[in-house]
Design a protein around this ligand. Structure first.
Ligand code: F6P
Length: 321
């Protein structure tokens, strides 16, 4: 391949810039022209490209967000939008595309690959909800951000003998909530993968820890369980008598400097993705499995399922008492 493009799509994630940098530098080093596509698949449709060189990606390895901007393209989901994107790629001589994003972005990459534009996906999402991957770029930074924020909430919660109910991101998945919940010593963790009952999993747990002298509490709720944390805090206060506060952490979780793990994995994955395209291999997803970087057929990857670590869930409940 002589010319490739790289885009970021879906919700941004810390470490995406490190992946873009690795893609651009690997391509340049191997004599491949590389275009940065602006605003995901919308940029691919409209030919919104910037030719990148070694210096275009200087000083971005540490930065959160994505210098290529991101979008969830409605137009690309239509047959007409897809055709336009293919025409644009042909006009610009683009022979392969690296797509950094989540499941939705990979579906676009699969469709493009099927229509003759080889694509390689790199998992970039804070939710860690891509089935073929143990880990996705941005997840580690996000967990650390949640931990820092909740540590701060704990200080004030403890000072006032309060219960603080915190909603963390994870549209359909509880990986962030479970792992952050363990890291902050949450009394209860509610995630979409495991059915729960407020009486048993929150109120009774609080009461049993109260009996051993505990006076302040952190409850972590995954966004995906669709529990209103503000209402839950009121209910907890009414039922237990413990003054309660609530907070939705929101998009603060998606920003910030990427951690070492996110930068290193993003760099390895970006490099790996370009090497696949150099071998004329498309329709693949790069994945992290037990610290190794591997790749899967996109179709196969999208049909895989991932389960939550039940042992981890049990440990959390056994220890946070
Ligand atoms: O997919 C990542 C994510 O941050 C989810 O955790 C969350 O539900 C969603 O994106 C929020 O999307 P938006 O930024 O469009 O509000």
């Amino acid at each position: 391949m002589k010319t490739i493009a790289v885009l970021t799509s879906g919700g941004d994630a810390p470490g995406m810039n490190a992946a873009v940098r690795a893609v651009v530098r690997t391509a340049c080093k191997n004599g491949i022209k590389v275009y940065g596509v602006i605003r995901g698949y919308n940029g691919l449709i409209n030919g919104d490209f910037i030719e990148m060189d070694l210096r275009s990606v200087s000083d971005i390895i540490n930065r959160g967000g994505t210098i290529l901007y991101s979008a969830r393209s409605v137009e690309f989901a239509t047959e007409e939008g897809m055709r336009k994107a293919i025409r644009t790629c042909q006009e610009w001589g683009i022979e392969g595309v690296v797509v950094i994003g989540g499941d939705g972005s990979f579906r676009g990459a699969r469709d493009l690959s099927e229509r003759g534009i080889p694509c390689v996906g790199i998992p970039g999402t804070i939710d860690n909800d891509i089935a073929c991957c143990d880990y996705t770029i941005g997840y580690d930074t996000c967990l650390n951000t949640i931990m820092e924020m909740v540590d701060r909430l704990r200080d004030t919660s403890e000072s006032h003998d309060r219960c603080t109910v915190v909603e963390v991101m994870g549209r359909r998945a509880g990986y962030l909530a479970l792992n952050a919940g363990i890291a902050v010593g949450a009394t209860a963790i509610l995630i979409p993968e495991i059915p729960f009952d407020i009486e048993k999993h929150v109120i009774e747990r609080m009461e049993s820890t109260q009996r051993t002298g505990k006076k302040h509490f952190i409850i972590i709720v995954a966004e995906g369980v669709n529990v209103d944390v503000h209402e839950l805090a009121k209910e907890i206060e009414a039922r237990t008598g413990v003054e309660s506060r609530s907070m939705t952490l929101g998009h603060v979780q998606r920003g910030g400097y990427a951690t070492v793990k996110d930068r290193v994995m993003a760099t390895r994955m970006g490099n790996y993705a370009v090497k696949l395209l150099m071998d004329n291999i498309g329709n693949r997803v790069v994945a992290a499995q037990k610290e190794e970087v591997v790749d899967y057929d996109i179709f196969e990857a999208l049909n895989m399922s991932k389960s939550i670590d039940l042992e981890l869930y049990d440990i959390a409940h056994e220890v946070s008492i």
